[in-house]
Design a protein around this ligand. Sequence first.
Ligand code: HEM
Length: 181
Amino acid sequence: METDYGPLALLIGRWEGSKGLDVAPEPDGEEHNPYRETIEFCPIGEVGNAQRQTLVALHYRQRVSRLSDGKVFHDETGYWMWDAERETVMQSLTIPRGVSLLAGGHVRRMREGMRLQVAAGGLEWGIAQSPFMRDHARTCSFEHWIEVCDDRLSYAESTIIEIYGRRFVHTDRNELIRAGS
Ligand code: HEM
C-alpha cells in the first residue's frame, strides 16, 4: 500500500522563491538580506517508535542565497514528521553553526491547502547548541508557520537569539512556487 503522508503530502517536491527577506543580528543593529532559495522535500516513508507510534517523514534541504551576490548564506536540513494518531507535526532542523532543534505543533487544514505551525524552546520541544553558541549567540526559541495553497508555499519564522548583550528577534520569510515534483 502507498504511504499516506497526511498533510505533509502537499510539501513533497521542489520549491523556488526569490522574495525572501532575512533580518539578522549585527553588533550595532541589524542587517536586512533579500534572498532567493530552493527547498526540496523528499518522502522517506514510515518510522515506527516503541511499537506504539507511527510517523511518516519527509527529508528536506533548504539552500538560501543573497540576491546581492548570489552566495549561499544559509544551508539547512532536517525532517518534517507527521504523527496521525496524535495529530502532531514535528520539524527537526540542523544548521551548520552548531545548532539543532526539534519543534512540534499542529496542522490547520483549509479548503485550498493547509497551515503547519511549530515551535521549540519550551520544556517539550528542545534546542541543542554548541557551548560556544550557548555562551555567545544562544538560540532561545523558534517559531515557524508554513502555508501551502495549490502550487504556492509561504512561510515565516522567528528565532530569538541572545547575542551582543541583548535579545534579538531574527526573522525570515518567503513565498515559493512549485518547481518540480
Ligand atoms: C532563511 C533562513 C535563515 C537565514 C537566511 C539566516 C541568515 C542569517 C544571517 C545572515 C545571520 C548573521 C550572520 C553574521 O552576521 O555573520 C544569521 C545569524 C544567526 N542565525 Fe540565522 N538565518 C536563517 C535561519 C535561522 C534559523 C532557523 C536559526 C536557528 C533556529 C538561525 C540561527 C542563527 C543564529 C544563532 C545566528 C547568530 C550567529 C551570528 O550572527 O553570528 N538562523 N542568520
